[in-house]
Design a protein around this ligand. Structure first.
Ligand code: SF4
Length: 87
């Protein structure tokens, strides 16, 4: 479809996302304050703390403790990693 100036009309809203956005989960404040939940890369067996990397090759940036705490304080939600393992 072309408009009056013969330029193609592209609707940005109709284009699919290349990657789905990260799903964040709401955590009840009482649970957050009562339980010691492993929610950060620093709690995970796959985290290499010296290089701040994930041994599975995932991006640890959204799951680092400092970022998780900041996001939780702002929104009450955290981006929990589905591959987290604790010993
Ligand atoms: S598996 Fe997930 S939680 Fe564990 S280090 Fe990698 S990105 Fe972080």
């Amino acid at each position: 479809m072309k408009n009056k100036k013969n330029k193609p009309q592209v609707s940005i809203k109709s284009l699919p996302r290349l990657r789905p956005s990260m799903r964040r989960e709401a955590i009840h404040p009482a649970d957050y304050n009562t339980y010691h939940m492993p929610y950060a890369c620093e709690d995970c067996s796959h985290f290499a703390s010296q290089t701040t990397t994930c041994t599975l090759g995932l991006n640890p940036a959204p799951h680092l403790r400092e970022i998780q705490k900041k996001n939780y304080e702002l929104s009450g939600q955290m981006a929990l990693c589905r591959f987290q393992e604790i010993d």
